[in-house]
Design a protein. Structure first.
Lengths: 239, 239
DNA sequence: ACCTCACTACGTACGGTGTACGTAACTAGG
DNA sequence: CCTAGTTACGTACACCGTACGTAGTGAGGT
């Protein structure tokens, strides 16, 4: 009982303000905002403890008073932008519509902050806003006669599907955007190589796929269709 | 015409063996194997140019003769393990069964090499084995009356869904495995905090979800069911 | 046969990273 | 008021990706 496990603390478990010493100069929100600002502007790889500290105007190591490890900084960031979820007090009663609305919010959030999919990947966090989200999503499914495990499965499936789709959307969007020279050449090299491979005739179907005039792609439509399919199939298996 | 764009080359475009100088000491397969060995044993974050070079028994900078950038090393790794795909000469004619079999291969591959989901995330590579995979997957769908764009959508959806699920499986598996002390305490702290939050009564449904005796979870069943749903919905919308 | 030059090999060095540790200043509870 | 816990932060270490320069090697063209 001498020392609580000091090393592997969960950041949400420690209070923002400790009682004793001088009052902290920054709040968690301040720190998360600074990191989010950097990530939005320069990408998630540009987020380093030094840069965040500089953005805040404090010494690098001062950050470690607030954020024990960099991984925790990521959790702070995701939780911070997740505060933007607008969750009604009570679901509408139409669980499908509610889940679709929720998925649209997630998608919009990821488009506003394109680094979110990368950070979401590993494990569910249990940040305040993550708990808020999960509880609300479960409440949307109150009318459903299913075990909680199945409901969690559905929520995970929808979230995973959204993450997958938005990741692809972001990747293709970055492809067509004006890129810093080097990346543009990089892309040219990639497609050039791809064409050369297709030219060999070893991949006739891929050749046809690339030759196909697909017209303007309706990303929103693709997304909604896929989401509908997932919900369809769940509804059918649940009934 | 003086200098081809030297910087942003695609690794698959340059021949393994250049005609002129002394013959290379290693093949791409050697290098990829070394990196895969490290990633399997110590995780993907332990894969560094120095470590791979040491594993091969050569100087760090010698690696750069074979691998222009670290990102290319990752491509080599994914392609190398993707060689394990056993793709029949001709699909069976039952596209659903073929796609299910393919998904099972992907899942098994990712369980053998748990770092693959992390590396797959960003964009489709066009490595030899990726092309082989895509061409075969398209050939499975030859009988379907759909545009190539839609077929690619389906393939992407299945792959994304597999990646999402296996990522979760791996995460939960690592949770229950015997962990290096620190990580075990880390987990204890996480669940401890989660319980304390649930105890507050602010999240009644999550509390119920955790209280629910879900019995032994059949991961294979969950996976197959989810996969079936995705294919179901596509079949219906295609018919 | 030889010359030449692309290619291989690799040591050194630079700028970046996360973060352990030690020290000094500060402030709220006893 | 005193003291103990907090905050602030400079220094330092180990590690990373990789630019650059140099030396050696061996196949191609002549």
């Amino acid at each position: 009982m001498v020392g609580r496990p000091a090393v592997p603390e969960v950041i949400w478990a420690r209070p923002e303000r400790a009682g004793r010493g001088p009052k902290p100069a920054f709040s968690r929100a301040d720190i998360a905002d600074a990191a989010v600002r950097i990530a939005d502007a320069e990408g998630i790889d540009a987020v380093s403890m030094r840069k965040v500290a500089a953005e805040l105007g404090c010494g690098t190591m001062s950050l470690y008073n607030y954020v024990p490890r960099k991984e925790d900084l990521y959790e702070l960031m995701v939780d911070r932008v997740s505060a933007a979820y607008e969750l009604p007090e009570h679901p509408s009663g139409d669980w499908r519509a509610d889940l679709v609305a929720l998925a649209h919010q997630t998608r919009a959030l990821m488009h506003r902050h394109t680094w979110v999919p990368r950070l979401m990947s590993p494990v569910y966090g249990f940040s305040p806003n993550a708990l808020r989200f999960l509880e609300y999503a479960l409440s949307c499914l109150d009318g459903l006669d299913a075990r909680f495990g199945e409901k969690m499965e559905l929520i995970a499936m929808v979230n995973g599907m959204v993450t997958t789709y938005v990741s692809n959307e972001i990747a293709t969007a970055e492809r067509s955007r004006s890129l810093p020279w080097s990346e543009e050449q990089e892309q040219a090299a990639r497609t050039g190589y791809l064409i050369s491979q297709i030219m060999t005739g070893k991949y006739p179907r891929m050749a046809a796929a690339f030759a196909e005039d697909s017209g303007p792609i309706d990303l929103d439509g693709v997304f909604d269709r896929a989401l509908d399919r997932v919900l369809d199939s769940f509804e059918r298996s649940a009934s």
